[in-house]
Write a protein that binds this ligand. Structure first.
Ligand code: BGC
Length: 342
């Protein structure tokens, strides 16, 4: 019996030694080459939030090059919202020999195709912003997800309004009838952030003791012009009744503000967004938006990049970055109103 243990122990030691040897071979080979190649697959390049994230990732890559002397080649692809195009772009990244992929799925339920290809090529994938289902995420230890906690964004958004209500109910209840009549602009129906943000924004208003009445709501797919068109219709449908516009993101909030301007609406209807994009913050500063929830986009980009670079060099990612269930990272966010920006 003892002998058998001794044999197993010896086998385990030599197996571990071999594994360590190969790990350090891969590591030093990459570090010797002083170049890592990372493919970034966006869902849509003209989405302002995704666009600022992309440019932040590029900045982080430059800083990393300067700090480490390791050259970073970033390949960025824009499939313009088409999943088939994105699949081909991912395959192209793999054939170019990318060391890691950062993927913002067009259709988050279609991640298995990307995962299969990446697993075949033994290339890690850092998904971001559009979260694959948990079953997919658990298929392989080289899969990660970086995003924001959607419930937290919504609670922060709702709290901006609950605070305003406490300070002065008539700032929201414009006609003084004892309730706040709101409309709600939602992002894509299949996006995890839309569903959860909508639910928790409204819940936070209720928890904050605001008597609310929903006039209507609609899907504007995160998009400024779609939101502007919907808001324009609602202003005609509910003349003089809308008191608050809750939006799942800043772009739609800006679209709602465009519609108010077009309609020459005189009442101070409050509009809130989420993201804290440069355009959104500018809207808050100018008083077009009452508030937003600013995501720490620098941290967001840093974590995506750090995981990709560490994986590309064969380093121990989980030893470097604390991840929930070894897979997930949630970026920081904070509520922002006009007062904060003064
Ligand atoms: C952001 C939106 C963005 C969307 C793209 C959301 O988390 O709030 O602004 O359009 O992600 O997937």
């Amino acid at each position: 019996m003892k002998k058998r243990y001794a044999f197993l122990a010896a086998a385990a030691v030599s197996f571990t030694a071999a594994a360590l040897f190969w790990q350090s071979r891969t590591q030093s080979r990459n570090e010797e080459n002083k170049e890592i190649r990372i493919g970034i697959a966006l869902y849509r390049g003209n989405d302002p939030f995704i666009n600022s994230l992309r440019s932040q990732i590029e900045d982080r890559a430059k800083e990393y090059e300067q700090a480490t002397g390791i050259k970073v080649v970033l390949d960025v692809a824009d499939p313009k919202g088409n999943q088939n195009t994105q699949n081909s772009q991912v395959e192209r990244f793999l054939s170019l020999g990318c060391d890691a992929l950062c993927v913002n799925m067009v259709d988050r339920s279609a991640a298995s195709y990307v995962i299969n290809k990446a697993m075949d090529a033994d290339v890690p994938v850092i998904f971001f912003n559009r979260e694959p289902v948990e079953e997919d995420m658990k298929r392989w230890e080289r899969l990660y997800y970086v995003g924001e906690n959607a419930r937290e964004s919504a609670v922060l958004q709702g709290t901006i309004l609950a605070d305003a209500w406490k300070a002065d109910p008539l700032s929201l209840d414009l006609n003084g009838d004892g309730r706040v009549s709101y409309v709600l602009l939602e992002g894509e129906s299949s996006h995890q952030d839309s569903l959860i943000r909508t639910e928790w924004s409204v819940q936070t208003l209720k928890d904050g003791g605001i008597p609310i009445e929903r006039l209507t709501g609609g899907i504007a797919n995160w998009d400024r012009s779609q939101a502007s068109a919907l808001m324009g219709q609602w202003l005609e449908e509910f003349p003089g009744q809308i008191e608050l516009v809750i939006c799942n993101n800043d772009e739609m909030a800006l679209g709602a503000a465009d519609a108010l301007e077009r309609a020459e609406e005189g009442r101070p209807i409050r509009i809130v967004g989420i993201d804290g994009t440069p355009q959104g913050l500018e809207g808050v500063k100018k008083g077009k938006l009452f508030g937003t929830v600013r995501c720490d986009i620098r941290e967001y980009a840093e974590i995506i990049f750090e995981i990709a670079a560490a994986e590309a060099l064969g380093q121990d990612v989980r030893g470097q970055i604390e991840l929930t269930s070894g897979i997930y990272y949630e970026c920081g966010q904070e509520a922002v109103t006009g007062e904060d920006l003064q």
